[in-house]
Design a protein around this ligand. Structure first.
Ligand code: MSP
Length: 624
């Protein structure tokens, strides 16, 4: 039977230091794609790995007093453990020191040399060890590396060169005729401009050190680390020893890379493939950087964020969700732990988690714990539209957009609870009750399927609480078809899906914490008791045109407050609505009226804008 294949790659990581949240970003994105395509029943090959050669690694090993091999073996354990923590479902983990890979690099070199694409010459120029890149005099910026601004050293050595220029026109033509090949568009334009300037021959071997793939045709030389590294993508697919496997998986469908290494992939890698007579990848996608207060995370800047610490603190789903949802894939985005907490609380705890607990609670209360049989659906169309947007977005690698579509469906379900008011339907014995409850549970069931590429724990728990018998690991994309939940299924209420994360005074793992001035400890914030209150009555205060007197319900008591909002709010518009109130403020007399509390409002150009809960909650609900 024909099964569509999907080959997705991450860059292979330098093991010179512990990996940080920036590396996790690429890898989690690739993992979500891999899981989504598996869900669709495709034969997925998801490759990640390590780029273990080069002077930088050799220097690090020397600094630790061990051989490079011992050093990279040690680092490999840490990296695999990190991916296990983040539940990365790779199918192959390639290391460039493996014999299978060294053989491929040697074969690639041999072929390109034999056909005259590679020739022996002399190299004179500048070398940046940090970037493992050569630069000509004219490319340096104030005598330093134009990419990382690090020091460069003068090199003069015999070297083999790759005639990149031979293939420049063909590459340009390919880029122009394949709009999906190189994305996002801004990176494609950059690359086109770069190629048009003319491509210099690339030095592809080194003689200064030996921590690299040795080349039988070039005694004393090792392969330049980028030539070595890029080749990994075909080694793992079976080139050249396993032509059957190679024919199955190559070309790669999606190669994810950070924006700073698009150049290596779009130009050097693709020209290598052309020279070998192999197909180019379907798509290379250059994503943006996750930055901290405007600067890139890097060990040398001392501002790295350890994903393991975050997973311990917030759970794997919160971290994965944040990475995928927070920033549109392709753009640069800012990382902060506060943003991660907010995302988790708003999207996962409030919206998704609450929907699940409210739905299961109402099915228990109003339907004896069993999913009712519906007569019709009000949410089906919303869910189907969201799911087709999800599919489109995933196909376009808009990972954040896809999750946003699921969020819309969840929000629609929460809103449906408010408008349909199942408690009233139940009281009146209205048969719509069954329709509403079924709709809510069914939205949760399909949302869990659509979330399963991103979240690795919550979807299973959603299915479990809904009483779905099959484990979600067996779900396929067909399971998003509306109506899969069998009426009569007994729900199993459980613990909250995502407990709210209380903001705590803790040092951010990033060194780049915000300035400490004017900050108050959390204890001070906790002293202010905020609650939601429902407005029962509202009237103007005589003789004071800006003031309104409100009688509000705090659940356990009624209070009168006076507030300066009359210019922006008519009293009758407030009655029945909710506000947020400071409950433990000392009472005061305003224009002769005792005001016992204070409401919260934003001010904007002389106007006030009331802060209200996003949906109605019981009067007296605490705000924190
Ligand atoms: N070894 C090369 C890749 C060779 S691929 C044939 C390399 N390794 S790396 O470890 O330095 O970086 C790997 C990837 O991590 C890059 O795609 C890079 O963009 C990504 N990231 C590293 N820090 C990052 C952020 N702060 N934000 C997002 N991605 C970042 O380059």
């Amino acid at each position: 039977m024909f099964m569509k294949k999907f080959y997705v790659t991450t860059p292979i990581y330098y093991p010179n230091d512990k990996l940080h949240i920036g590396h996790a970003y690429t890898t989690v994105a690739a993992d979500a794609l891999a899981r989504y395509h598996r869900l669709r029943g495709e034969d997925v090959f998801f490759l990640t790995g390590m780029d273990e050669h080069g002077q930088k690694i050799a220097d690090r090993a020397a600094a630790e007093g061990v051989s490079p091999q011992v050093f990279v073996d040690r680092m490999a354990e840490g990296i695999r453990a990190l991916w296990a923590t983040l539940r990365i479902s790779y199918d192959d983990f390639i290391r460039t020191t493996e014999p299978r890979h060294e053989r491929t690099v040697q074969e690639v070199f041999r072929r390109l040399l034999a056909q005259g694409d590679i020739y022996l010459g002399r190299y004179e120029g500048w070398y940046c060890t940090a970037c493992e890149s050569y630069w000509t005099e004219t490319k340096l910026v104030e005598g330093r590396c134009p990419v990382c601004s690090g020091p460069v050293s003068r090199l003069q050595e015999e070297s083999y060169f790759f005639r990149l220029g031979r293939y420049a026109d063909r590459l340009l033509q390919h880029i122009e005729t394949h709009p999906r090949f190189l994305q996002p568009e801004s990176r494609r334009n950059e690359m086109v401009a770069f190629i048009r300037q003319g491509l210099e021959d690339l030095s592809v071997t080194r003689t200064g050190f030996d921590w690299g793939v040795k080349l039988p045709e070039a005694a004393g030389h090792v392969a330049y680390v980028w030539i070595d590294a890029l080749t990994n993508y075909i080694t793992a697919a079976g080139y050249p020893d396993d032509p059957e496997r190679f024919a199955r998986y190559w070309p790669a469908d999606v190669q994810l890379v950070g924006k700073e290494i698009v150049r290596f992939h779009a130009i050097i890698w693709c020209i290598m493939l052309m020279a070998l007579g192999l197909e180019l990848p379907e798509r290379i996608f250059g994503h943006g950087w996750l930055v901290l207060s405007g600067e890139k995370m890097s060990k040398s800047r001392g501002n790295v964020v350890d994903p393991v610490v975050l997973v311990e603190r917030y759970g794997v789903d919160a971290v994965r969700y944040f990475l995928l949802r927070e920033v549109p894939f392709g753009a640069d985005g800012t990382y902060s732990e506060a943003a991660l907490r907010l995302r988790t609380n708003v999207d996962l705890a409030n919206d998704l988690g609450n929907l699940l607990s409210r739905t299961t609670a109402m099915i228990e209360r109003f339907a004896q714990g069993k999913v009712p049989a519906p007569r019709s659906s009000e949410l089906r169309a919303v869910a189907e539209a969201a799911l087709s947007e999800y599919e489109r977005a995933m196909g376009a690698l808009e990972l954040s957009g896809a999750l946003e579509a699921v969020g819309r469906m969840v929000a629609a379900a929460n809103k449906h609870i408010e408008t349909a008011a199942p408690w009233t339907l139940s009281r009146k014995g209205d048969p719509r009750l069954g329709d509403v409850l079924y709709d809510l549970a069914e939205v949760l069931r399909v949302a869990a399927v659509a979330l399963s590429p991103a979240l690795v724990e919550a979807p299973a728990e959603i299915w479990r609480q809904l009483g779905v018998e099959r484990p979600i690991s067996e779900a396929t994309w067909d399971d998003v078809a509306w109506g899969g939940l069998v009426p009569g299924t007994r729900v199993r209420r459980g613990a909250p899906l995502f407990p709210r994360i209380e903001a705590e005074e803790r040092s951010e793992p990033a060194a780049a914490a915000a300035a400490a001035d004017e900050r108050i400890p959390i204890e001070d914030v906790r002293r202010v008791k905020l609650v939601v209150a429902t407005v029962l009555e509202a009237r103007r205060v005589e003789g004071a045109e800006r003031l309104l007197e409100l009688v509000v319900d705090l659940g356990s008591e009624r209070r009168t407050i006076v507030s300066g909002i009359a210019a922006d709010y008519a009293p009758e518009a407030l009655v029945g609505g909710q506000i947020v109130l400071v409950k433990n403020l000392k009472p005061s007399k305003i224009r002769g009226v005792r005001s016992d509390g204070m409401l919260l409002a934003a001010s904007e150009a002389g106007h006030v804008v009331l802060l209200r809960p996003d949906r109605a909650v019981p009067a007296g609900s605490p705000v924190s």
